[in-house]
Design a protein around this ligand. Structure first.
Ligand SMILES: Cc1cc2nc3c(=O)[nH]c(=O)nc-3n(C[C@H](O)[C@H](O)[C@H](O)COP(=O)(O)O)c2cc1C
Length: 197
C-alpha cells in the first residue's frame, strides 16, 4: 500500500462501526452473516427504512434474494464469539443458527433471541454494484432486550487473537478478489441513472 493509501486507511480506522448480524431464510434453509454495512436510511421516523450492503458471493445474499426479507441484530459487547461465528464460516457448509435461540418473524425471517435487539426488514429496492448488493428495506418490527451499548468493530478486533485476525483479513482479501471483475465492469458501464452529471 502506498503512503497515501496508508494515511487514508488510518483515517477510516478512526471510525468504530456497530456490528450487525444479518439473518435470512426459512426454517428449512437459513443463514446469516456479520456486517458493518447496515444503515438507518430514513428521515421520517413514521416510515423506518434501512439499507444493507451484502456481498454477492455470500450465502446470506442468496437467502435475501430468495425471500425478499432479512433481519438485523445488534449484539451485546460480550458477544464477540457470536459475532465471529457469523463471520468466519459460510452458511453453505453449516447452519450458523443451530443451537441458538431462534424465532420466526411476521416476514418469516429467523431472528436471534439472545441479543441486544433485532429489526425485521422487507426489501423494496435492490442495487447491484458488483462487489455489494444494496438492499433498501422497510423496517416492519423490532424488539429490544436490553439497554446497553452494542458491540463495535474495534471491540471485536481488540478481543480477537492474531490467528483469528489473520483469518478475517484472508477472508476479506478473498472476497475482494472474487468480486473484482464484476465491480470493475459495473464502474466502467454505469447505468445512465447513476452517472455523475
Ligand atoms: C467486521 C466485519 C464486517 C463485515 N461486514 C460485512 C458486510 O457489511 N457485508 C457483507 O456482505 N459481509 C460482511 N462481512 C463478511 C461476512 O460476515 C462473512 O464473509 C460471512 O462469513 C459470510 O457468510 P455467508 O456466506 O454464510 O453469508 C464482514 C466481516 C467482518 C469480520
Amino acid at each position: 500500500m502506498t503512503m497515501q493509501k496508508q494515511k487514508i486507511d488510518k483515517i477510516f480506522k478512526l471510525t468504530n462501526r456497530e456490528l450487525w448480524i444479518v439473518t435470512a431464510g426459512t426454517p428449512q434453509q437459513r443463514g446469516g452473516l456479520l456486517a458493518t454495512w447496515v444503515l438507518q436510511a430514513s428521515l421520517d421516523r413514521a416510515s423506518p427504512v434501512l439499507v444493507a450492503g451484502i456481498a454477492p458471493n455470500h450465502f446470506t445474499r442468496e437467502l435475501i434474494d430468495d425471500t425478499g426479507a432479512f433481519a438485523t441484530h445488534l449484539l451485546r459487547q460480550s458477544q464477540v464469539d457470536l459475532a465471529l461465528k457469523f463471520a468466519l464460516q459460510s452458511g453453505r457448509n453449516v447452519d450458523k443458527l443451530a443451537g441458538l435461540r431462534v424465532s420466526e418473524t411476521e416476514t418469516g425471517n429467523p431472528v436471534l433471541q439472545d441479543v441486544l435487539c433485532w429489526l425485521d426488514c422487507r426489501v423494496f429496492a435492490r442495487l447491484d454494484t458488483g462487489n455489494r448488493i444494496f438492499y433498501w428495506a422497510d423496517v416492519i418490527a423490532g424488539e429490544q432486550q436490553e439497554n446497553s451499548p452494542p458491540l463495535t468493530e474495534q471491540e471485536l478486533l481488540n478481543h480477537t487473537d492474531d490467528d483469528i485476525r489473520a483469518r478475517l483479513i484472508l477472508d476479506r482479501e478473498s472476497d475482494i478478489e472474487q468480486q473484482k471483475s464484476q465491480y470493475n465492469e459495473w464502474r466502467e458501464n454505469l447505468p445512465p441513472l447513476l452517472r455523475p452529471i
